[in-house]
Design a protein. Sequence first.
Length: 501
Amino acid sequence: MKAKISIYITAVLALSSCKKDFLTQLPETVVSAEAFYKTESDFQQANIGLYNPLRTLYGAGLADYGAWTMGEMRSDNTCFSFNSSNRGYADREYVDLFIDDSNGGAIQNKYNNDYIIIGRANQVLKTIDNATFDEVKKNNYKGQALFLRAFAYFDLVQYFGDVPLVLIPPTSYEETNAPKSGKDDIYKQIIADATLAGSLLPEPSDATKGYVAKGAAYTLLGNVQLVLKQWEAAETALLKVQGYSLLADYAAIYEPNNKNHAESIFEIQYYDDPTAGVASNFAYNFLPILNNPGVITGFPNGNTNAYAGWNTPTPDLIALYQTNDKRKTASIGFYTGEGYTNRPYVKKYVHGATVAPNTNDNFPVYRYAEVLLMLAEANNEQGKTGVALGYLNQVHAHPRTGLEALTVTDQIGLRTAIMLERQIELAFENKRWLDLVRTGTAIQVMNAQGAKLKANPQAYYYPAGVTPTADAYKVTATRLIFPIPNREIRLNPILTQNPGY
């Protein structure tokens, strides 16, 4: 909402400060919406613009506010390394400690960028039916916009609950002041958008690399229906996800030279050319705090990462890996030196850099492995335990894991096994917190996690003598969603704060 409001205010102020006959045409560097959204080239550019905010949403820059803060550090998968020498990043720590700040960077980053995507999608969807160019290409651009609008609203409703449902670009300041809509209405719109997107988007074999195909729409649809416990509908949607396959090597999923591979359904695109301004920096953020990151293989010397130590794997997650699970080595690294002894870090996104601190790692959003695990869950909840076990073992006992097939057949046991498999297979991919919330286990799991951290802070990367604040890890139902950013409430007087904030 911020972007739309700011743009409109700027335009109104500019016009109101001039005489009526002073401005007879727009500056040559500006293209009005009325003059744009006409040609195939216009919609091609608009489509690029739709994807651009995703990089900021998932993390751009040093010590970023990427999706990992709320998707992983909020959970029992990861925490932060307490940085005694640099206390300038408290709002990131608050997310992990459940001391939420409605002015915090993480919630503003998510809320604002989701609405930027929605605003741009709305412009495309308002105008594309009146444009005249190849129908197949038009359907593709329309499907992209529908998918990304659904994706952004799904992100918002899971993390913030009721939010404004805006489907038409505002044409006045008053129209930007939208009230909250109920979750039921938001989910109906998400399902409608994802369903239509699935019918319009191309097959994976016909899609341009880096842009979604129909499999992404049906994966999103199945994910939504899983959250809503619409098990049969979720299975139906997920069975339409065709044209993908598991890679033989788990580590290869995340290799920068293997982007948009056969298992990838949707991933956020980054590129490390320093002149392009679209590099990722996850590795520098997730490594231990180092005087010289060059001590890690593949990284250039210099450029201390004094802002790092984020999204550090917890000892609890590390202990969940079976001894011979190959995914552990690909997912978690350990560093000894500069005062550390076997300090863990997220290794999935650590592949070195040519020019510090620009890295070339993409961020995975949906992979075919998750589709198989969602199919396992949907079938298990329908009582089809044999089918569920088959889907589960396609992931668990794949040769790339080095593990034997599971034999559990009862529904409760399978439910536990599926969630554990999701925690391991999808570790550090922003799935764990939402899984805890949708399964009703977040309060119990995170209060237990907090008790362990308070009992032994040094096991969770606090220096000797430093302990969490007394108000940390008091997890209640109000903390299952995040606060609406205060800035949005100040801009929109009819927008109300979430309960408990």
